[in-house]
Write a protein that binds this ligand. Structure first.
Ligand SMILES: Nc1ncnc2c1ncn2[C@@H]1O[C@H](COP(=O)(O)OP(=O)(O)OP(=O)(O)O)[C@@H](O)[C@H]1O
Ligand SMILES: [Mg+2]
Length: 248
């Protein structure tokens, strides 16, 4: 089943000087899939995520998430649409005056969910993401890897259909990156969610089932996880160097 369908997406920025950030992108993602997006700086990756999350409007094209067309929504429906999404950012976006526990549970507290449900979700996620011992700390007391695991718990606590992650390991060293990716994948699997992740890092991309390559706002290549992660990693590197060759 397709959870997300993107059809002929175009985005033009500017009035006098125009930037074609997206030039007709079409793809779909199946439920429970992990899809990576790679491409040079300025190729339109963040624009694509912003449009899927309805933070930004496309110039033309279609976004359908769990059967709901993002272009046809009223304001009220739009906030409901966004609840189907979970966001993970490069710089964590934690609230610095709240504890880890408060940061994670905030989305459910704002929705006035029951205390029992909130505690139940917190306990399950804290265990899976290995953050039980830091629940009463403040964000400034955390390492980058811990902060990102907290941000993942917050992104997933409301059981979103789709997790959107823009460079989630961009501020982490390679060891913390791998740890965060392992935990993100395992929580995405147990929660039966779906992941769309932008990254520059081939190691991070190799945790996906499929990687889409975009250049100048166009989809130029797509590769699938084959026999194992090591060969997938190698094909990602090869595809990237081909792409860079094209640029030169
Ligand atoms: N709000 C905006 N107004 C005008 N132009 C924009 C805006 N946002 C992005 N752009 C332009 O659109 C193009 C795509 O930008 P985008 O941020 O999507 O790239 P990206 O692939 O995420 O790059 P990076 O890897 O550096 O994060 C760039 O040329 C950028 O300058
Ligand atoms: Mg970007």
């Amino acid at each position: 089943m397709d959870i997300l369908q993107i059809k002929e997406l175009h985005k033009v920025y500017g009035k006098n000087e125009l930037t074609n950030a997206l030039n007709g992108i079409t793809f779909s993602i199946q439920a429970k899939e992990r899809v990576g997006i790679m491409g040079p700086s300025g190729s339109g990756k963040t624009t694509l995520l912003n449009i899927i999350s309805t933070i930004d409007e496309p110039t033309s094209g279609k976004i359908v998430l769990t059967g709901e067309d993002a272009q046809q929504l009223s304001l009220k429906q739009r906030s409901h649409f966004r609840r189907k999404l979970g966001f993970v950012f490069q710089d964590f976006h934690l609230l610095y005056n709240l504890t880890v526990r408060e940061n994670i549970t905030l989305p459910l507290v704002m929705r006035q969910e029951s205390k029992m449900l909130i505690t139940e979700r917190l306990v399950v996620l804290a265990k899976q993401l290995d953050i039980q011992s830091i629940l009463d700390k403040y964000p400034f007391e955390l390492s980058g890897g811990q902060a990102q695991r907290v941000a993942i718990a917050r992104a997933i606590i409301h059981q979103p259909s789709l997790i959107l992650a823009d460079e989630p390991t961009g501020n982490l060293d390679s060891k913390a990156s791998r740890n965060v990716m392992e935990l993100l994948c395992s929580v995405q699997e147990t929660e039966e969610s779906t992941l769309l992740l932008v990254t520059h890092d081939p190691v991070v991309a190799s945790y996906c089932h499929r990687v889409l390559f975009i250049k100048d706002g166009k989809l130029v290549n797509e590769i699938h996880l084959g026999a194992n992660r090591q060969t997938f990693f190698q094909s990602i590197i090869n595809t990237l160097s081909l792409l860079e060759g094209d640029l030169g």
